[in-house]
Design a protein around this ligand. Structure first.
Ligand code: TRP
Length: 454
């Protein structure tokens, strides 16, 4: 793949894997289980799956079509498709959103690296209980030097890749490592489903308790559907801009959705049984997977090796996602502002690091940032604002753009280039024109007027 030199994906598989690499990440394995846990399990999971299909799929094709037709990154894409309008502002919102997401995502990604390192030094296994894994987590997150250090390390890794070009190395690495992640996850699922608490975990994850549905939960399920598919901020516009005309875009798009959704569900199948095994609270928040996964590793032979492989693969999955986040922001400064790539990479990474510091201290290291804004914490706020609300607004405006401004026929032509038909194209058009904008608008207005309880 060449994100740097405008070019083509080498193959459909290359495109599907790179886009899946962006989609699959901490969103599936870290954010999905803890958010599902926070909002009560089954009913939230159902809403999430529903939003993936009813809103995620249409918006994914909308973004890919904008990218393919304009062959440009978001701001430039809107300038090309509808010159002289304010629509490029939507691209700019995406750049801002990506910046915010990258700032907290890099912290959690940094934690996965720290955990891989802990595994190497043999800290898992040997009957580690929930209290001890809790201490490992709180010791780490209360330590400002570690927190800022691992965040800096991860941002640096991301910057080095984006600066060098995403081609060659990382694409090839992702092509090999993503399938390994899948296989390893299946091994963990096998272990999790044979635990005594498998039934409890599954019933928490899949039995909907509809009285648990809240406004905040509904919006977060929608936000998670978009977040997990990397939608709502132009990443898929950028990726779509490198798709050559002989690629079967309809098939590729559905493959991305199926890969992403499957990884989230598989992660849930591992983590929910583990939660009940170690008797943790599903509502534990962002620390959830770090605290409960120890239980699974402990129940397996070679626990430290298992933990190392898991956190190592998770770090790589996170890296293929941070690359896509940084690339969208950098592409804006390069394409639209005419900056040199090198300059754009370092300035954006530096700015992101500055914004990441209060978040990195907000998981326990600094009382003020941890308690920030009614106890949600600084990271929690950046996450809910950028990762839920801005993405949601971005997705709504993207559907309005394709559905009402640019037009469904033009978008469809871009998707079907090469003669590959989009199944149920009329349904796609109506979802984009009516359902996506209205559903999102209603949720947002309801939130604004009813007191959102974010
Ligand atoms: N989708 C990724 C995940 O689930 C995160 C991500 C990468 C992202 N690029 C994005 C989220 C763009 C929103 C927008 O981990």
């Amino acid at each position: 793949m060449s994100i740097i030199n405008r070019g083509h994906w080498n193959s459909r598989l290359g495109f599907v894997l790179a886009a899946s690499g962006s989609a699959i990440g901490l969103g599936n394995i870290w954010r999905f289980p803890y958010t599902a846990g926070t909002y009560g399990g089954g009913a939230w999971v159902l809403m999430y799956i529903f939003f993936v299909l009813a809103i995620g799929v249409p918006v994914l094709f909308a973004e890919l079509s904008i990218g393919r037709a304009s062959r440009a990154s978001p701001v430039t894409a809107f300038k090309k498709l509808v010159p002289g309008t304010w629509w490029p502002m939507l691209g700019a919102l995406g750049v801002l959103t990506g910046f915010g997401i990258l700032s907290f995502y890099a912290i959690i990604a940094g934690l996965t690296v720290a955990y891989a390192f802990f595994a190497l030094s043999g800290r898992f296994g040997g009957g580690l209980d929930i209290a001890q894994s809790g201490v490992i987590f709180t010791d780490l997150t209360a330590n400002p030097v570690w927190m800022i250090g691992v965040t800096a390390l991860f941002l640096l890794l991301t910057a080095l890749v984006v600066r060098k070009g995403v081609g060659g190395g990382i694409e090839r690495a992702a092509t090999i490592l993503m399938p390994i992640l899948l296989i390893f996850l299946l091994v963990l699922v096998g272990r999790a489903l044979t635990l005594p608490t498998a039934g409890e975990g599954l019933s928490f994850m899949f039995t909907p308790q509809f009285d648990q549905i809240t406004f905040a939960g509904t919006v977060s399920a929608l936000g998670q559907a978009l977040f997990s598919l990397s939608l709502g901020m132009g990443a898929m516009i950028t990726y779509g801009s490198y798709v050559s005309k002989d690629v079967n875009l309809p098939l590729s798009g559905f493959s991305i959705v199926i890969c992403d959704l499957s990884i989230a569900i598989l992660a849930g199948l591992v983590i929910f049984p583990a939660i009940f095994l170690v008797q943790a609270e599903p509502t534990a928040g962002p620390g959830l997977i770090f605290v409960v996964m120890g239980g699974i590793f402990d129940a397996m032979p070679a626990s430290n090796l298992m933990a190392f492989v898991f956190y190592g693969l998770l770090s790589i999955a996170a890296l293929t996602s941070t690359i896509s986040l940084l690339e969208v922001i950098v592409a804006y400064f390069v394409d639209d502002r005419g900056w040199r790539r090198e300059k754009a990479v370092w300035i954006v990474t530096g700015g992101c690091f500055a914004l990441a510091i209060p978040s990195a201290l907000s998981l326990g290291a600094s009382e003020a940032f941890t308690q920030f804004g009614d106890g949600r914490g600084f990271l929690g706020w950046v996450d809910v604002l950028c990762g839920t609300y801005f993405l949601t607004i971005g997705a709504m405006l993207t559907s309005i753009f394709v559905g009402w401004k640019w037009g469904v026929p033009a978008a469809l032509a871009a998707i079907e280039k090469g003669g590959y038909r989009l199944p149920a194209a009329p349904l796609w058009g109506s979802l984009l024109r009516y359902i996506c904008p209205l559903a999102i608008l209603i949720l947002l207005i309801y939130g604004a007027t009813q007191g959102a309880n974010w």
